[in-house]
Design a protein around this ligand. Structure first.
Ligand code: CAO
Length: 552
């Protein structure tokens, strides 16, 4: 059994020991934080340089330490005597491949070598299909391990969200982009260490290329690589500046949390010592802290954290009443949820209902030969509706506008782009038909088919969902006699289409069977009044019930 002394790393100035991250007797891996040090400028975690058991502290809480001061004794088994150094990751280059091997320095550790390798460093970038969007969530934090296919980052455009998935397994070393940052194709998001087989092969290939004089050392490195496919490289210690955190005083020693979590706790005024950590060895994660604060807020006020003063639902343990299963929402569903809530709470909705006689339209539709228009199937009712809506938007520009956020101006748009709500397995998306007022029914049908197919295959680009002026939400094929669609803000109106049905209509002296299509027009009452909505609906009714009038 060999012993290893962990020394204070070379940081800017001295600092005080404020926290033990582990207890004596705990097993640590290379890179695991063992102590937290704070200076008047920053706080940082000091990682273990080897895998082993911490047997002795050489410093006490509150001690002031400087570079190379001994901090702790770690007992390393013979098997783990190969030292995988914790390299300082101050390398800015994306693809730098460095394998540096130094011979062991002391006789007590004859086999010890230092491997400093960034060979498996990879940069995860914003993918090509992603278009442009804002980063709204990092699903991973530094140190998190992920598998191929795991979602890493959630990027949101103004209408949809996209998960950036991992194309290999690995570990997060650095979050490069910032939350809220607008990113486009090729922008670096994360620095990661690749841990799949190809990374391991790459490491071994690098090692094998080192000169033969270093053969004994190479053997050690290879066995280290076998035990742990990627030589662990610790990112720079996480630094939180005291200036930015506004730190005054802090309880020392009892809570196991990283600097970023502690900084957030200070900002929120939360006492970490009463929070239960869900991380490894009870480490308090940011999620634990946020959950705790949320819980406290609803306990104290009974209000939701939305800022709208609407009482929140209390958390219910449904498993008391029977079996339950909890599943995470998809990225799209999360964005839709937030967007729908925002629209519902911000826009004073009014919904106007009507029934349109589409008997004539249906008989006309039945005569259409799709081949003659480059279509595979006959057009559905939807492209006719879109065409008529486009016409109505031109005639009533109030419906083709948006209210300025200051609430004092209306922005009129001189283009007519119509969004179509499409139901997909991942949630609701609204791709946009450009210049709908300039397209024929068959062109609109082709656009709808193409956008719906892309939506269902999750291949929509961000730009496919931008720039809409008005939305049509057709539930017709599914059923229902009417519904109250939520306006897709900052648009000011939306048309819901329910299921057409044959109904008896009194015409002249008798009832006649007519096909009636229910339409539901929700409008923003700040921008559109009821009379305008009535005129808009009347035009839709007229054009859809007398097909020829579409031409007028
Ligand atoms: N009444 C009766 N039948 C209707 C109808 C209606 N209002 N609307 C469509 N149909 C018929 C179509 O005509 C078609 O039959 P035919 O082939 O005989 O003509 C059949 O139902 C299937 O239509 P469709 O749904 O495949 O095609 P569409 O052009 O009407 O709609 C799309 C395309 C992409 C909008 C639709 O598939 C979809 O995803 N709708 C869901 C939208 C949604 O979820 N909205 C709710 C938002 S709020 O949560």
């Amino acid at each position: 059994m060999a012993t290893e002394i962990v020394l204070m790393p070379d940081v800017d100035g001295a600092g005080d020991i404020v926290e033990y991250c582990i207890e004596l007797g705990d097993e640590v891996s290379a890179g695991d934080p063992i102590l937290v040090i704070e200076s008047d400028k920053a706080s940082m975690e000091v990682p273990s340089s080897v895998k082993g058991t911490v047997t002795e502290w050489l410093v006490q809480l509150g001690d002031s330490v400087a570079k190379d001061d001994p901090l702790a004794v770690i007992s390393v088994s013979e098997e783990n005597a190969t030292k995988e150094s914790v390299a300082e990751d101050d390398c800015d280059s994306e693809t730098e491949t460095v394998t540096e091997i130094k011979a062991a320095e002391s006789k007590t550790q004859p086999d010890s070598v230092v491997i400093q390798s960034t060979a498996m460093d990879e940069i995860v970038k914003m993918p090509e299909a992603g278009g442009q969007g804002d980063i709204i969530e990092f699903y991973v934090a530094v140190g998190d391990v992920f598998a191929e296919g795991d979602a890493l980052v959630l990027v949101e455009s103004d209408k949809a969200a996209m998960d950036v998935p991992a194309s290999f397994s690995g570990e997060v070393v650095e979050i490069i982009a910032a939350l809220g940052q607008t990113v486009e194709e090729g922008v670096p998001l994360l620095r990661v260490l690749r841990t799949d087989d190809s990374a391991s092969e790459e490491l071994q290939a690098n090692v094998a290329s080192v000169t033969s004089e270093k053969a004994p050392a190479i053997a050690q490195i290879q066995s280290a690589a076998e035990r742990q496919p990627v030589a662990k490289v610790q990112a720079k210690p996480e630094i939180v500046t005291a200036e930015s955190s506004g730190r005054t005083s802090e309880r020392i020693g009892a809570s196991y949390a990283g600097p970023a979590t502690r900084k957030l706790a200070r900002e929120l005024g939360a006492d970490l010592s009463v929070i239960k950590g869900s991380g490894p060895r009870g480490r308090i994660l940011k999620e634990d802290l946020k959950g705790f604060v949320k819980q406290q807020m609803s306990k104290e006020t009974g209000l939701a954290s939305s800022g709208t003063a609407i009482p929140a639902f209390p958390e219910v343990d449904f498993s008391r009443f029977g079996a339950t299963e909890t599943k995470a929402l998809s990225g799209i569903a999360k964005v839709t949820s937030a967007h729908m809530t925002r629209c519902w709470l911000n826009i004073p909705h009014v919904t106007l209902f009507d029934e349109v006689d589409i008997t004539e339209l249906e008989s006309f539709r039945s005569t259409i030969n799709p081949d003659g228009y480059g279509l595979v199937n006959k057009p559905t009712i939807l492209p006719f509706i879109v065409m008529v809506v486009a016409k109505a938007l031109r005639k009533y520009p109030q419906f083709n506008s948006s209210l300025h956020p200051d609430g004092e101006r209306i922005i009129y748009k001189d283009y007519v782009n119509i969004g179509i709500a499409v139901d997909t397995s991942a949630g609701l998306v609204v791709p946009v038909i450009r210049d709908a007022d300039k397209k024929s029914v068959s062109e609109l049908m082709l656009d709808i088919n193409e956008l719906a197919a892309k939506a269902k295959a999750r291949k929509l680009k961000v730009e496919d969902m931008q720039g809409g002026c008005f939305t049509v939400s057709s539930l017709g094929a599914t059923g229902g006699t009417g519904f109250t669609p939520i306006i897709n803000g900052p648009e000011v109106a939306i048309l819901g289409v329910a299921k057409a049905d044959i109904k008896p209509v009194w015409i002249g002296q008798e009832f006649q069977p007519r096909k009636k299509l229910p339409l539901c027009l929700s409008f923003d009452h700040r921008v559109i009044n009821g009379a305008e909505a009535g005129h808009f609906m009347a035009l839709l009714n007229q054009c859809l019930s007398q097909v020829a009038s579409i031409l007028l």
